[in-house]
Design a protein around this ligand. Sequence first.
Ligand code: CP
Length: 313
Amino acid sequence: MTRARHLVSLSDLPDGALRSVVARAVAHARRSAAGGRAEATLVGAVVGVYFRRTSTRTRTAFSAGALRLGAGVVAYGPGDLQTNTGETTEDTGRVMAGMLDVLVARTAGDPAEMRAWAAGQRRMAVVNAMSADEHPTQALADLTTLALHFGDIEGLRVLYVGEGNNTAAALALALSRHRGTLLDLRTPPGYGLLPAVRARALAQAEQSGARVSERHDLDRLPADLDAVYTTRWQTTGTTKPDPDWRTVFAPFHVGPELMARAPKAVFLHDLPAHRGEEVAAEVLDGAGSLAFAQAENKLHSAMAVLEWCHGLD
Ligand code: CP
């Protein structure tokens, strides 16, 4: 039996698989836009969807995506599993692996827990629907959005403005694998990328011929930006210990003035948005915003991820 294909981190996707998952997601999006129905490639499979934190897009995308591909879905909320009464993570994974083909999980915590579920599993694939350090399936939706809009990801020039959170980490780990791509991150002081993520993105960029940089102001933006990306300031409602954090974040608000400095750039946001906080409503709703297409692409990319986990290339 072949080993299950896990997606706990983008690093679990070899370069060829990263490109084929995005290509498959683009194909799903185009077929859907043309009014076509998905081929039932997952008939007989059962997908567990376990979300310990709130979610609108990711949970719906994986649930609807599994159903559209013909799989069955078992959904678990935060209070449903016996881990709440003391069963170990390892035992939980072992039991689920005997019953499920894929487990899509949002823990918002340490990815080690998902690695524990994945360890030694030959059948059940584990998909990280957001951990504290990385949001890999968001990056796949982002790449799908860029590929659909620009035709090619290589060579794109992207400005990321906001916290170096799990979405920013996944974006850096994804774009740094595309030749000629520029990712310029502008993160509030004290809220940058995790050092390990930055080091990995820089190493990947060196190998691929991409460029990744990070600084903590909005001075001297690169010319000819293709996209400006921001995210909510409080990832899944998390709080920040510094009571004055809003003062630190305020200069990183994406409003019309900032977008005017990138005149041909589209606007991206992983959503949910807090209008008036990280982004002005007129930017989010403006003609250059791809944010809601990006949200729909979570469905198309989730379908592509499930198919990859199921062995389709
Ligand atoms: N972008 C994203 O992960 O959205 P949800 O939190 O609604 O799943």
